[in-house]
Design a protein around this ligand. Structure first.
Ligand code: SME
Length: 163
C-alpha cells in the first residue's frame, strides 16, 4: 500500500488550494489503529511537504508543561512553561496567536534565530481538555494571516477528533 502524497507542484498552488489538499490528505492519513505520535508525525510531515514552512510541529501538555512532540525542521526547545513564549501564551489563553514579527512579541522564545513570524493554534479535544498546540514558524515576516488561522484551526479540529 502506498501512502505517498499525489505529485503536485505545490509552489504553483494558491494558499487556499493548498489548504483544500491539506484537509483531504489528513483525513486519509490519520490512522485510528496507531497512537498519537504516529499520526502527528505524519501531520507534521504533511504540513511541511505542502507548505514548505521553516518549522512545523506539536507541543503537548504533559505534567503542567508543554513538551516537544513530532515536528519537521531544525532542533527545538523541549519544554515551555504555561504563559511563556507564543506557545505557552496560546495554551494559557486557549486561543490562536498570529505573530507577524516575533521580535515584537513580549517573551517570544527564539528556538531558531531564523524564525521571523509564527502562528500557534491550540488543539482542544472534544471533552474541552487542551491536548497541546500546533506551532508553525516562518523565516519571513508576516507569513500568516486570517486565512491560515481559519484553515489551521480546522486542521487542528480534525486532529483533535483523532486524539
Ligand atoms: N517560538 C516559540 C517556541 C517554539 S519554537 O519556535 C519551535 C514560542 O515563542 O513559543
Amino acid at each position: 500500500m502506498s501512502i505517498e502524497l499525489p505529485q503536485r507542484n505545490w509552489h504553483l498552488l494558491s494558499r487556499q488550494e493548498k489548504y483544500t489538499e491539506l484537509h483531504q490528505q489528513i483525513s486519509a492519513l490519520l490512522d485510528p489503529q496507531v497512537d498519537d505520535i504516529a499520526n502527528l508525525a505524519n501531520a507534521a510531515a504533511l504540513l511541511k511537504e505542502i507548505f514548505g514552512w521553516w518549522w512545523v510541529g506539536f507541543y503537548r501538555v504533559l505534567n503542567n508543561k508543554l513538551v516537544l512532540g513530532p515536528f519537521q525542521g531544525p532542533v527545538a526547545c523541549t519544554t515551555i512553561a504555561l504563559g511563556k513564549g507564543v506557545c505557552g501564551k496560546s495554551w494559557e489563553t486557549q486561543s490562536t496567536l498570529v505573530v507577524p514579527n516575533v521580535e515584537e512579541f513580549p517573551g517570544h522564545i527564539a528556538c531558531s534565530a531564523a524564525s521571523k513570524s509564527e502562528i500557534v493554534v491550540p488543539i482542544v479535544k472534544a471533552d474541552g481538555q487542551i491536548w497541546g498546540v500546533l506551532d508553525v514558524d516562518s523565516e519571513h515576516l508576516a507569513t500568516f494571516d486570517e486565512l491560515d488561522q481559519i484553515e489551521l484551526e480546522k486542521f487542528c479540529r480534525t486532529l483533535a477528533s483523532s486524539l
